[in-house]
Design a protein around this ligand. Structure first.
Ligand code: F0G
Length: 326
């Protein structure tokens, strides 16, 4: 089910599937435990392996941050030069630091992710091997999320996935379809794509019964990973949701922040805002049956947002006085 070969790997995948206390039959597939802290590592391992096998010396990505961090790490491992195009002022600090630490060349562009991706598509591919999710190998790697869910749980009733450029939901659906073709999943899960209200080209179109997205020029949300107005993989994502009998939904920034807080304080799972969006959707939808929410990235990626959401840090002066022996 996967192309084999001696590939570049940092031990990606094999992430925990944890039962949540926030709702009955809700499971969290926590992708924050991947080597660079997001699901991107699954696809990057394969993408970078193919880049090296095709004798590329340079790779390039546009990114809201996680793809950049992942590409930088795997390129470093493979001895390839890595260029990352990031939207200035729209990337979480942890991700920027990762890309720099792993030695990527960082190009800050004016505009949003969508412009950075356009630059890669129009010109970047002439200079370097592109590793954005229009590269099919990325999705081949990411479909392993479906295989791992199946191994532990069988086929759930719903799989909820945060949607930005719409690659991951397409990849996971491909994974489940392949399980179905092998006779392993009798009933395939309904795929639920989650976007943030201010960056919801697919969810808004879905609500209005449209078959194509209503692109957003200035996407706005605290979940910078999915601050995307023109998802390139929208046809595949639309097909995934339609074929599976699922839906797209938009959640508000306050629902995302609340889900992030609940996940952290009740389940012990630290998610970045985009990752918590799937849990926000699960809490809103309250569907019956087995539900897997894919929590796509680690809390440490975006410390600045967390500082805002836990501003009421409890002051333990009393305990301090006890410890000091006063
Ligand atoms: N969650 C996180 C934490 C992400 O980083 C992304 C995408 C998504 C969800 C959405 O996945 O794009 O496949 O629909 N981040 C990309 C990046 C865009 O550049 O890191 P998608």
């Amino acid at each position: 089910m996967l192309p084999l070969g001696s590939g570049i790997s940092l031990g990606e995948g094999g992430t925990p599937l944890v039962e949540s206390s926030l709702s009955s039959n809700l499971y969290i597939k926590f992708e924050g435990t991947n080597p660079t802290g997001s699901f991107k590592d699954r696809g990057m391992a394969l993408g970078v392996t193919v880049a090296r096998e095709s004798r590329a010396e340079k790779v390039i990505v546009a990114s809201t941050g996680n793809t950049a961090a992942s590409a930088a790490a795997y390129a470093a491992r493979a001895g390839l030069k890595c260029y990352v195009l990031l939207p200035r002022g729209n990337v979480a600090r942890g991700k920027l630091i990762q890309a720099a630490l792993h030695g990527a060349e960082i190009i800050m562009i004016n505009g949003f992710f969508d412009t950075a991706l356009r630059y890669v598509l129009e010109h970047g591919t002439k200079y370097a091997y592109p590793l954005n999710s229009f590269n099919p190998w990325r999705l081949e790697g990411q479909k392993t999320i479906a295989f791992e869910i199946y191994e532990e749980l069988g086929c759930p009733d719903y799989v909820i996935v945060p949607v930005g450029n719409a690659g991951n939901i397409s990849a996971i659906w491909k994974g489940f379809r392949e399980l179905g073709e092998l006779g392993l999943c009798r009933k395939l899960p309904r795929m639920v794509g989650v976007q943030a209200e201010g960056a919801a080209p697919l969810a808004v179109a879905w609500q209005r019964g449209l078959k194509s997205p209503l692109f957003v020029d200035k996407p706005k949300t605290i979940a910078s990973a999915i601050r995307i107005g023109r998802p390139i993989n929208w046809p595949k994502a639309m097909a995934a949701v339609e074929q599976s009998g699922g839906l797209f939904i938009a959640v508000s920034d306050s629902e995302i922040a609340e889900a992030q807080r609940l996940l952290a304080s009740r389940d012990g799972i630290g998610a970045e805002p985009a990752g918590a969006a799937s849990v926000a959707a699960a809490l809103r939808l309250k569907v019956s049956g087995t539900v897997v929410a894919v929590v796509t990235g680690h809390a440490l990626k975006d410390p600045d947002v967390i500082e805002i959401s836990v501003r009421e840090i409890k002051d333990s002066r009393e305990l301090l006085l006890l410890l000091e022996g006063a």
